[in-house]
Ligand binder design. Structure first.
Ligand code: HEM
Length: 223
């Protein structure tokens, strides 16, 4: 017969944070698929005149691109101004060398993991780095978009992003770096999913499901 193990249950992610996570996930997957298709439009024969497929794929890329921009802005606002400071508290660990040592040691099964907020320092710095890449993708994507749509939103994007072409030297370079940086997301997703599952097992807590349910739970007695 199994005995119930006492668990603690903490609310860590609000509904809006969870919605943003999954919206961003959907947008990034769609951007990767459509982006690589734009780079290599294999469904249309070489020299063929069927541009409709490319048009729809570009359309899906732009829509998901604007979703990513909106979620990035919303998430930046929530990071600084949300009522819960569970994310902001993690900065304390980032600036504390002891917390880095504790986290790295705990990953090698030496000692416990003590976090001030919801993220460990290595995790926080990784997410911050990814945010910078997302900002680059949004700015370079808007610069590419503005060179096709000169009016309306495209026109506004051009005024904001003109410097990008000057900085990189050409539109071709912007496109090249927009393409190269896409690989960061593929590497990130693989490592992120692996680490989410692994830390759940290692630290006996509700790692993956917390971004669905919002709750973290773990046995009262932890190692
Ligand atoms: C995770 C984010 C993103 C990824 C992985 C991604 C990926 C890609 C890739 C691989 C290409 C093809 C580049 C090439 O031709 O070699 C591309 C093109 C493009 N992307 Fe993105 N992108 C992202 C975000 C965005 C955003 C936010 C926008 C703007 C709303 C955007 C707008 C564009 C445009 C306008 C093109 C050029 C399409 C063309 O040449 O016809 N992208 N993207």
């Amino acid at each position: 017969m199994q005995h119930a193990i006492p668990h603690s249950r903490d609310k860590i992610f609000s509904p809006v944070i969870r919605i943003c996570h999954w919206l961003r996930f959907a947008a990034i997957i769609l951007l990767l698929v459509t982006g690589f298709y734009i780079a290599w439009p294999f469904l249309t024969a070489y020299g063929g005149s069927d541009n409709l497929i490319q048009g729809w794929v570009r359309f899906a890329h732009l829509i998901s691109g604007f979703v990513l921009i909106a979620v990035t802005l919303a998430r930046a606002y929530l990071y600084f101004f949300s009522r819960s400071d569970i994310e902001r508290r993690s900065v304390k660990d980032v600036v504390n060398p002891k917390s880095w040592i504790t986290q790295i040691k705990s990953y090698m099964w030496i000692g416990k993991l003590n976090k001030a907020g919801v993220y460990g320092p290595l995790q926080f710095v990784t997410y911050f780095g990814l945010t910078l890449v997302i900002v680059f993708m949004c700015l370079s994507g808007l610069a590419l978009h503005a060179n096709v749509y000169h009016e309306g939103l495209g026109g506004i994007a051009w005024t904001i992003n003109e410097w990008m072409l000057v900085w990189m030297g050409s539109l071709a370079a912007v496109r090249e770096w927009h393409h190269i940086a896409s690989w960061v997301f593929i590497i990130f997703i693989l490592v992120h999913v692996y680490m989410a599952v692994w830390t759940g097992i290692r630290f006996k807590h509700n790692s993956v499901d917390s971004i669905v349910s919002g709750y973290d739970y773990h046995p009262m007695k932890r190692d």
